[in-house]
Every structure is written in structure tokens, then in C-alpha cells.
Design a protein around this ligand. Sequence first.
Ligand SMILES: [Zn+2]
Ligand SMILES: [Zn+2]
Length: 141
Amino acid sequence: MATYQGRCFCGAVEFNVSGEPAAMGYCHCESCRTWSAGPVNAFTLWKPEALKITKGSTNVGKYNKTPRSGRQWCKTCGGHLFTEHPQWNLVDVYAAVIPTFPYKAGVHVNYQETRLPMKDGLPKMKDLPAEMGGSGVVLAE
Ligand SMILES: [Zn+2]
Ligand SMILES: [Zn+2]
């Protein structure tokens, strides 16, 4: 099983993920944009047991704006790391913090909220796939 090393911006927190993610893509929602201060969040969703924090676990902060998203970061550098999604039993490990992982987006989600339209040919979900509690509606590029 493949294992990919990750770390925060300063290196106080180190972790790895093993196996294959359940999904990969870009989230355009307002929560991701305002928390990350970026126009889009590149996500990789894993089963929680695929993620192991190997250094600095007590240095990880967590904020739940809603019960659906536990956003986590390094308390030293402020670098963003993960978002827990307990209702899906998945954790988002930001693609940016696992540089050796062969990230390949498969879908755009919450595209109705986009501030950075991307004409890349991938499906553009209005909100979320139906199996994840969304409408399942796909928008035109
Ligand atoms: Zn850090
Ligand atoms: Zn989002």
C-alpha cells in the first residue's frame, strides 16, 4: 500500500496517508474560500484510518464552524492541514500538504459559489453529489 508523507508549512506537524483516497477535486464553497483565503480548495478525501499524524499531534488546532467540518491547522505556523467530515466518515487532506501524492482532480463541487471558473472539462457539481447529500445537479462550464 502506498504511503505519502505530509507536513505543515513549518514542519512542526508531520503525518502520512496510506492507500487511495475516496475522491479528489476542487471545492469552491464560501467556507473553504474564507478559511483558506484562497479562491478554491484542492481536496483529497480519505477514510480517517488512512491518516496518521506522526509528529506534533498536540500542535494541531481545530475549529468547527458547523458540525459537518472540523477544520485543522498547525498552531505554530497556521498552515492548514485537514478537515474532518464526520457525517461522511472522511477526512479532507489538502492536496497542497501532500506534495508527493499524485493528485488528480475528478470533480468540482459547490461550483455555484465559484469565484474562479475553470474550463478544464471536469464535471461541475452545483453543490454536492447526491450520494453525499447534495442535489447532484451538474452545471455547464
Ligand atoms: Zn506548522
Ligand atoms: Zn468547500
